[in-house]
Design a protein around this ligand. Sequence first.
Ligand SMILES: *[C@@H]1O[C@H](CO)[C@@H](O)[C@H](O)[C@H]1NC(C)=O
Ligand SMILES: *[C@@H]1O[C@H](CO)[C@@H](O)[C@H](O)[C@H]1NC(C)=O
Ligand SMILES: *[C@@H]1O[C@H](CO)[C@@H](O)[C@H](O)[C@H]1NC(C)=O
Ligand SMILES: *[C@@H]1O[C@H](CO)[C@@H](O)[C@H](O)[C@H]1NC(C)=O
Ligand SMILES: *[C@@H]1O[C@H](CO)[C@@H](O)[C@H](O)[C@H]1NC(C)=O
Ligand SMILES: *[C@@H]1O[C@H](CO)[C@@H](O)[C@H](O)[C@H]1NC(C)=O
Ligand SMILES: *[C@@H]1O[C@H](CO)[C@@H](O)[C@H](O)[C@H]1NC(C)=O
Length: 470
Amino acid sequence: MLPPVIVMFMLVSFTCGENPAIQVTLTDKGLQYGKNVGTGWVQEKLPLVTLPDINGKIGYGIIVIDYTLTGITITKCDLPEPSVQFYQDIGGFKTSISGLSVALTGGWLTNFGIIHDGGSFNMAIFNMDLTSVVELGKDANGHLSITSVHCDAQIGDENIQFHGGASWMFQKFVDYFKGHIKGEIEGTICPYVKESIETLEYHLQAMNVSFDVAEALTFDLSLTGVPLINASSMNLGLKGELKDIKTHTDPPFEAQPFTLPEQPGYMLSMGLSEFTLNSASYGLYSAGWLKALITDSMIPSHFPVHLNTSSMGPYIPQLPKMFPGLLMNLQIYARELPMFSFHPGVVKLGFQGAAKAFAIQPNGTQTPLFKLNVDSEFSGKVQIVGGRLNGSISLDNYTLTLAASEVGAFKTDALERFTRAGMMMALSKLNGSLRKGVDLPRMRHAQLVNTVLSVKEGFIAVFSDAQVLI
Ligand SMILES: *[C@@H]1O[C@H](CO)[C@@H](O)[C@H](O)[C@H]1NC(C)=O
Ligand SMILES: *[C@@H]1O[C@H](CO)[C@@H](O)[C@H](O)[C@H]1NC(C)=O
Ligand SMILES: *[C@@H]1O[C@H](CO)[C@@H](O)[C@H](O)[C@H]1NC(C)=O
Ligand SMILES: *[C@@H]1O[C@H](CO)[C@@H](O)[C@H](O)[C@H]1NC(C)=O
Ligand SMILES: *[C@@H]1O[C@H](CO)[C@@H](O)[C@H](O)[C@H]1NC(C)=O
Ligand SMILES: *[C@@H]1O[C@H](CO)[C@@H](O)[C@H](O)[C@H]1NC(C)=O
Ligand SMILES: *[C@@H]1O[C@H](CO)[C@@H](O)[C@H](O)[C@H]1NC(C)=O
């Protein structure tokens, strides 16, 4: 038998084996904002809910009356400000409301032997106290799970008026058994709360934790561990991996751990590790998306240099002599997996590419000419200003070397200068659209406001408030 310490260690290493590439932290400011939005929403929805029937018996000796209160709706509700807080001990939330008063209306039915009777009623409940504690967790598929672990409901006082039928007689009974009915009502509240939480749990289980991105990748956003909750915040760790949509292969590297700084002044903090971008890069690279065929028809007609053997004369003098007047094409591809790295204030990308040149013979045969290695390093800056994400990109290093040649050796300096100039032109065009930026994505019912972004060592941190639009 394994000693308990080893078992413990194994369990810990299984559950903590995977570092999240995305972290989301909800601060107390965010929780309180959520509470206010939620309270307003509940207040608005309350008149629309029909509460569960209340069944009970009141009796004395052999006189037992079965009663049902049915079709109970809320006519008026003074919803006091609830208190919601992170509950570290059980890893969840604690919600309490005290001094809630509600006016209800509905129908009543009684059975006393074979005598059936019925009518309507009005009820007022005063000074109700309700406390609910829920625990958050993670299920086997990486969904967030929620369970009710504690609920307590106490009613201060209650008053019922019955109308119709033999209500005059029934009313007397009820006044006498007031405490009993109060107990019956109290007894229905927590099961109702529990049921609502189970409905929420059902919706959480049905939520997708992975989404297809374009036609190439799928984004895995399942939880890597249970939510980490302390008195001031809740932190969710998400896998944050973009995988090839068909093979779902994991990259041969792992997400590195990072610590998202605490920023209690913002409702939310989000951290995105460089792993997310690199997993996307791996998915695209291994599925063969990082390649392209460049043909002469893609080059604007006014451009001085074209993809044909005579046009290459100034750079490769022997080419027009060996293959006069032929069109060419270029197969360009990533030689190695392009990797992103995040450093304070800057995102770097190394791209090691190759270009294979072919001459197109009149009969359509493609004759290989030469292969160039093109290595470049880019650095980018990103910013969020006024709800827009913008940035810039610059070329830090660019080298072009001859890797193989079927047409004999040639100097690459002139070709390097020329292609670098082409690259700079393309990048400055890209710079223009990056500078303009894009609006932050916005959901139908919520948007991020006061958002700031900063690039740290190994991850990007975003701090933001949210605004719910109802
Ligand atoms: C969840 O994912 C499945 C399969 O990818 C898809 O068919 C379904 O529409 C998604 N559901 C939602 C709510 O996005
Ligand atoms: C809660 O945890 C976060 C890290 O997730 C930490 O920065 C913060 O100081 C903790 N707060 C308290 C009150 O322990
Ligand atoms: C090759 O390109 C040059 C422009 O650089 C153009 O003048 C010439 O017509 C092209 N030749 C062929 C065969 O397309
Ligand atoms: C196409 O033309 C080239 C050069 O003239 C020749 O070497 C090659 O054998 C031809 N290919 C075919 C399939 O005819
Ligand atoms: C983003 O736009 C702002 C204002 O429009 C500008 O000041 C800032 O330099 C831009 N950021 C980058 C990285 O280009
Ligand atoms: C540029 O790349 C070359 C070849 O990879 C390397 O030797 C050189 O050190 C790099 N220069 C800079 C400034 O990074
Ligand atoms: C893009 O813009 C940035 C900042 O404005 C500048 O440093 C960089 O050199 C530009 N890159 C190109 C390729 O024009």
